[in-house]
Design a binder for this molecule. Structure first.
Ligand SMILES: Nc1ncnc2c1ncn2[C@@H]1O[C@H](COP(=O)(O)OP(=O)(O)OP(=O)(O)O)[C@@H](O)[C@H]1O
Length: 284
């Protein structure tokens, strides 16, 4: 089976042993499917980490292990000092206040105003249900306006969310994550539904805010060029395994593309093998 050379040269910067997130021998199985195989990664604080890999390579599954939306079948996940693999619901809820998350399809409430959508980011630390903008404390509404201003959308605060473009919706989702004042931001293919210009705007915003707020970012992407431009570190996944782990500054575009070309070759070989096996199989 032909594979690209697997390269691991990422050197975690000296940080006095400080680690935001550690995955230790993490394996995740869904029935017969092994989505993650023996993953060992430390994410150091205040860096932008990008996960690259084809559809089905395990990127989303890895991200969801960091905040306990999914739990490992084997192994350990420690995020901001919380042992996620053995945490109960209360500890996980507490952890998720420090870990913001944004998604490919934004997950906004489209009939709500933009400002109220941002306020919902505070629900994890407020008691009781909230309905309507004025059910949120004034301080929360003010914070929401500040975050909207940071993402350049203060003038849209009172528009319905579904009146925005995709790129604007993702910026609202970023503001909603930021109002939590997280230490970690998880971004699951945040630009997959956007055009190239909006994609670059959103990645630029994530990178700028991450630096301003000292965030640790783990972001899954399909766009190699964006990954190289906006990340500190690139981790390539294939079939649930880490096949590349590099400081982005030392990685060329061609090398980054090998994550995908390797998969294409593997798939071609597998297809050929499957075709031969089918041809050789006795006909019913
Ligand atoms: N809840 C689930 N139940 C069963 N199988 C799952 C589940 N979640 C993921 N998988 C499987 O695990 C593997 C990894 O999926 P995952 O969504 O993590 O990949 P991905 O790299 O994020 O893909 P994409 O780029 O399409 O989002 C796939 O084979 C997928 O079908």
């Amino acid at each position: 089976m032909t594979m690209a050379q697997t390269t691991f040269d990422y050197q975690a910067p000296a940080s006095g042993g400080e680690q935001s997130i550690s995955l230790r021998q993490v394996t995740k199985r869904f029935g017969d499917v092994t989505a993650l195989k023996d993953i060992n990664i430390d994410f150091v604080p205040r860096k932008i980490n990008v996960l690259l890999g084809l559809s089905g390579s395990g990127k989303s599954t890895l991200l969801r292990h960091i905040n306990g939306l999914q739990l490992p079948t084997e192994g350990e996940v420690i995020t901001l000092g919380t042992e996620v693999h053995r945490a109960g619901q209360k500890k996980l809820r507490h952890l998720r206040r420090d870990v913001g998350m944004i998604f490919q399809h934004f997950h906004l409430v489209e009939s709500m105003s933009v400002l109220e959508n941002v306020c919902t980011g505070k629900l994890g630390s407020l008691r009781g249900p909230r309905l309507g903008l004025f059910s949120y404390p004034r301080a929360v509404r003010e914070q929401a306006m500040e975050q909207l201003a940071r993402v350049g959308l203060a003038d849209k605060a009172f528009n319905r969310a579904d009146a925005l473009s995709g790129g604007q919706m993702q910026r609202v989702a970023i503001a909603r994550a930021l109002i939590q004042e997280p230490q970690v931001l998880l971004a699951d293919e945040p630009v997959a539904a956007l055009d190239p210009v909006s994609s670059a705007t959103v990645m630029d915003l994530i990178s700028r805010i991450a630096k301003e707020d000292n965030l640790t970012v783990v972001c899954s992407l399909h766009q190699v060029e964006l990954a190289l431009e906006f990340s500190d570190r690139i981790i390539g996944l294939r079939g649930g395994e880490v096949v590349l782990d590099r400081d982005s500054r030392t990685l060329s575009l061609d090398e980054a593309h090998t994550i995908y070309s390797a998969v294409a070759k593997v798939d071609e070989n597998e297809l050929e093998q499957e075709a031969s096996a089918l041809a050789a199989a006795p006909q019913a």
